[in-house]
Design a protein around this ligand. Structure first.
Ligand SMILES: *Cc1c(COP(=O)(O)O)cnc(C)c1O
Length: 339
């Protein structure tokens, strides 16, 4: 049997830096960012702060570290934080929100995929109990919501959640690993989706195609503290400008995410026509319910179509390294084995 060229839909993190990005990395002006401020990292941080409509930003090696830094800055031991059931900070960061940041997690149930209501925030925030009860101090939002299939929270709903948090004395952290996708899907600037938050984390290494890097952002005072926390976690890097340069190229490509969204819709439609159970994707993530996840993932792998498991379903993620022809080819291969 001839080997089929692999089509990799496991994640938008599989993107490889292209020639233009590598050239920008090799030409980057650099300095020791632990001793002083690397000029390219500084340029990236200022640009992201501007895009997000916040005072200041800090480059970090990963989204998980960005979230952890924000949660560590916000939480004290004996505090509780709220996040959507299935949130990345609850399920995919190895419990660091609890064992490093010191917060007790409390999942909120979602009525719509990835979206809980302002009332559920009020109910969970509750009032002060006796001295031995946890203090609920933080609300974590996630836009887009990964495990809910790239679900988008629009600005009006975001505003209601932030008001509910404020009324009940909660701080707000936004896990915006794919905030760029939400911004493109809604046709609003990223800053329209960060209104009222204390901190936000965005990824450069997913749909934007950089090999490494995220940014955590908030007030200037938060970033001073975040810089110390990043060093504590071993995330201070020296000539990071070579990495930040890739991020800057990625930021020029935010509009390209629209193509990923179109490819995801085509894939979902095609799978639906083949009898798969799929919902219309809001962004670049397609979730398909199947009777046996392992059997399906193995079968797909034999076809050279790589997908992954997510929330008990098959997850296909479109990204800049798969184009419309690759989506058509994946559907052809799946059709060839469908009865
Ligand atoms: C990928 C992701 C992260 C973490 O990013 P890493 O760089 O992989 O650590 C955080 N939140 C969400 C929603 C993600 O999808």
């Amino acid at each position: 049997m001839t080997q089929l060229a692999p089509l990799d839909f496991r994640s938008d993190t599989v993107t490889r830096p292209d020639q233009d990005m590598r050239l920008a990395m090799s030409a980057a002006e650099v300095a020791d960012d632990v001793l002083e401020h690397d000029p390219t990292m500084k340029a990236l941080e200022e640009r992201v702060a501007d895009l997000l409509g916040v005072e200041a930003a800090l480059w970090v090696p990963s989204g998980s570290m960005g979230n952890l830094i924000a949660l560590t800055a916000h939480l004290r031991r004996g505090d509780r934080f709220l996040a959507a059931r299935g949130a990345h900070v609850l399920d995919n960061e190895l419990g660091t929100a609890a064992w490093i940041a010191g917060g007790m997690p409390h999942p909120l149930e979602c009525e719509l995929p990835g979206r809980f209501t302002a009332d559920s925030v009020r109910a969970a925030a509750g009032s002060d109990g006796p001295y031995y009860t946890l203090r609920t101090t933080l609300l974590c939002l996630e836009n887009t919501h990964n495990a809910a299939g790239g679900a988008v929270t629009p600005p009006d709903e975001h505003a209601l959640l932030v008001s509910a948090a404020r009324e009940t004395g909660l701080k707000v952290h936004l896990d915006g690993a794919r905030l760029w996708n939400a911004s493109i899907a809604l046709g609003v600037p990223p800053a329209a989706l960060t209104v009222g938050v204390d901190t936000v984390q965005v990824c450069l290494s997913k749909g934007l195609g950089a090999p490494v890097g995220s940014v955590v952002a908030g007030t200037a005072a938060f970033v001073v503290e975040a810089r110390r926390l990043r060093k504590m976690l071993g995330g201070g890097v020296r000539q990071g400008g070579v990495l930040a340069a890739a991020g800057l190229v990625g930021l020029d490509r935010i509009d390209d995410l629209a193509a990923d969204h179109a490819n995801a819709r085509t894939l979902a439609r095609g799978l639906g026509e083949l009898g798969w159970q799929v919902a219309e994707p809001a962004t670049n993530i397609v979730l398909a319910g199947v009777p046996d996840l392992d059997v399906t993932l193995t079968g797909l792998r034999h076809l050279g179509v790589y997908a992954g498991p997510m929330a008990g379903k098959v997850r296909f993620v479109t990204h800049r390294d798969v184009n419309a022809a690759d989506v058509a080819e994946a559907l052809r291969r799946i059709q060839s084995v469908s009865s």
